[in-house]
Design a protein around this ligand. Structure first.
Ligand code: HEC
Ligand code: HEC
Ligand code: HEC
Ligand code: HEC
Length: 479
């Protein structure tokens, strides 16, 4: 029999293929969304209080009675044995690693002592142990160290707490960063316990209490992991410079309008701003924030123990916990994940170094121009330029993660820092030539000790000058 010509395919088959395809796309879409959104789902029903937790309960162990898994993992932040290439919980002396920092901070406490941060468990012990604390240190310095702080603020008043002396609260602040810093004691929902974040939102015209659950998984961290300053000579009121936005330029604008200065540089005489740790601000410029990935997604991922899923409270470098953090979303092997992170960090580290070199030389060259007789008026432009250069550099340097949280933004800001420092150096070179100066050799600052010995005469002279100015302004006996 002759073969019959094939009939045109029934339209049903076409619709079937289309339908299966559409379902497939839908399922894939659901999977993709669930990756970023499943962490934002509400708590499992197992939130049971063994006994009620008192208002302002600062003792983490008391909370731990009801929530032992969270407590035990929180307690692991005491570990100090993990050091990745640029981060981790172990000891790392930043001044030893790059003694140029000592020159950059000449006249400021950071030139004495600056080590890598450790886990939350050590916060109280580390703030009391650092050489940066002295008898003039205000109460404000306790703010991001302990769940005793909300209790003391409620008891004494927020303004009073900040303007007190650090030493006044030494016997009151005992518990390191813990449950009450991030949780409501009745419902365990995430909460903002620190006024500075709430106030910064208000000044931006936003209400932090209206933040979504997923945003809260970053905002609890933004109570402390941010740039801040102490507003007012006496008030020392903790303030985030966010009125103009979160970028380095926005803070530059903010500080230019305010009369706030952190210190006068002991070598160059420039009026300086020290950036703290703008982790939240930098993170907000990156791809993960854009895609709704929170700090907790990487630093406090879910963990399973005996079939029970809970939030891992061992807040630390995700490079020691890639399986539960990065690899939930990225199907890369561990060595690929680590390789991606380190390649970003290596580049950031290289650019930081270029900025450090240019800024260090700028301070030294201004100092030399002063010796050659350059006036304050002549040095005004260069001093402003080096101060801004260092502020942009510090926005990246002081932020944690060595560039990972927003690689492109960090590179852009460091480019600006280098540019400003070189502009300063060009102007100073012209001045120094005019005054008969020649090439300036870098002093031997090859170790932290040598760098500290090099800046000492400058720091002593600056201190003596400041003390003399103080006597002039307030002669003894006068009120
Ligand atoms: C996409 C994942 C991811 C997100 C989101 C994220 N981080 Fe990180 N973070 C990292 C990685 C990776 C490092 C580098 C760790 C290292 O070098 O060992 C890091 C480093 C850090 C460090 C230094 C830790 C150390 O051991 O050196 C801090 C502090 C930090 N992040 C805070 C935050 C805060 C606060 C947020 C939110 C505002 C945040 N991170 C958001 C991945 C993330
Ligand atoms: C730095 C902030 C922070 C601190 C400190 C903290 N938590 Fe949490 N906690 C979180 C975050 C973020 C989640 C996830 C919440 C979510 O997504 O709804 C969480 C979730 C929880 C949950 C809900 C169940 C779970 O595991 O997801 C419990 C219970 C809990 N924490 C208990 C504690 C206890 C007990 C302490 C003190 C030992 C503590 N937390 C300290 C941030 C913190
Ligand atoms: C109450 C203030 C406060 C809050 C809230 C807070 N931190 Fe911290 N965090 C600190 C301080 C202070 C340190 C340094 C402690 C030290 O060095 O002793 C630190 C250290 C860290 C480290 C370094 C730990 C290591 O092993 O390298 C990471 C990572 C970190 N925090 C991430 C977070 C994340 C993510 C959140 C939010 C879920 C958060 N922090 C919330 C104040 C806070
Ligand atoms: C909750 C999901 C989630 C987690 C957890 C997560 N990421 Fe991502 N990551 C994303 C998304 C979404 C993007 C953006 C992809 C895009 O838009 O193309 C991204 C992008 C990236 C990129 C590419 C950035 C670029 O533009 O080149 C790198 C690298 C990266 N992530 C590394 C990590 C590392 C390392 C970790 C763990 C520390 C991590 N991610 C954790 C969701 C996640």
């Amino acid at each position: 029999m002759a073969s019959t010509p094939s009939k045109p395919r029934s339209p049903i088959v076409g619709w079937l293929i289309f339908g299966v395809g559409a379902i497939g796309v839908f399922v894939l879409g659901m999977l993709a969304t669930s990756v970023t959104e499943r962490r934002a789902q509400s708590f499992p029903a197992r939130l049971q209080f063994m006994e009620p937790i008192a208002d302002f309960e600062a003792d983490n162990a008391k909370w731990g009675q009801s929530f032992p898994r969270e407590f035990n993992s929180w307690e692991s932040t005491k570990n100090t044995d993990e050091n990745s290439k640029y981060g981790g919980s172990g000891h790392r002396d930043y001044l030893q690693a790059d003694p140029r920092l000592v020159v950059m901070w000449a006249g400021y406490a950071f030139a004495k002592d600056y080590n890598q941060a450790r886990g939350h468990y050590h916060a109280v012990e580390d703030v009391t142990g650092t050489k940066r604390i002295d008898e003039k240190t205000p109460g404000t310095c306790w703010t991001c160290k302990s769940p005793d702080v909300p209790r003391l603020m409620a008891k004494d008043g927020v303004a009073q707490f900040y303007s007190a002396k650090f030493a006044d609260y030494k016997n009151e602040v005992k518990n390191p960063i813990g449950c009450a810093d991030c949780h409501d004691n009745k419902t365990m929902t995430l909460r903002v316990s620190r006024p500075a974040l709430r106030e910064a939102f208000q000044r931006m015209g936003k209400d932090v209490d209206k933040a979504s659950h997923q945003e809260m998984r970053s905002l609890v961290c933004a109570q402390c992991h941010v740039e801040y300053y102490f507003k007012g000579k006496k008030e020392k009121y903790l303030t985030f410079p966010w009125d103009d936005g979160l970028k380095a330029e926005d803070m530059d604008k903010y500080y230019a309008k305010s009369d706030h200065v952190d210190w006068t540089h002991a070598i160059s005489g420039a009026k300086m701003i020290k950036m703290q740790h703008p982790d939240y601000e930098v993170y907000m410029q990156g791809i993960h924030a854009f895609r709704g990935v929170s700090c907790a997604d990487c630093h406090m991922p879910y963990k399973a123990e005996g079939g029970i899923k809970f939030t891992d409270h061992q807040v630390r470098s995700p490079l020691y916990n890639m399986q539960n953090s990065c690899q939930v979303c990225h199907k890369w092997s561990e060595s690929e994940v680590k390789g991606r992170v380190e390649s970003i960090q290596d580049k950031n580290h290289e650019m930081l170094g270029a900025a450090q070199e240019a800024i260090t030389r700028a301070h030294l060259e201004i100092g030399d121009a002063m010796k050659l007789g350059a006036t304050d008026a002549e040095l005004d432009g260069p001093r402003k330029a080096v101060s801004r250069a260092q502020m942009y550099w510090d926005y990246v340097a002081a932020n944690n993660g060595m560039g990972f949280h927003a690689p492109q933004e960090c590179a852009r800001v460091l480019g600006k820092a280098v540019d400003l420092a070189q502009q300063c150096r060009l102007e100073v070179a012209v001045l120094r030539t005019k005054k008969g100066g020649g090439p300036l050799a870098m002093p031997d600052i090859s170790t932290k000790e040598k760098a500290q010995a090099y800046i000492k005469p400058f720091v002593d002279a600056a201190k003596a000058k400041a003390a003399a100015a103080e006597v002039q302004a307030h002669p003894a006996g006068a009120k």
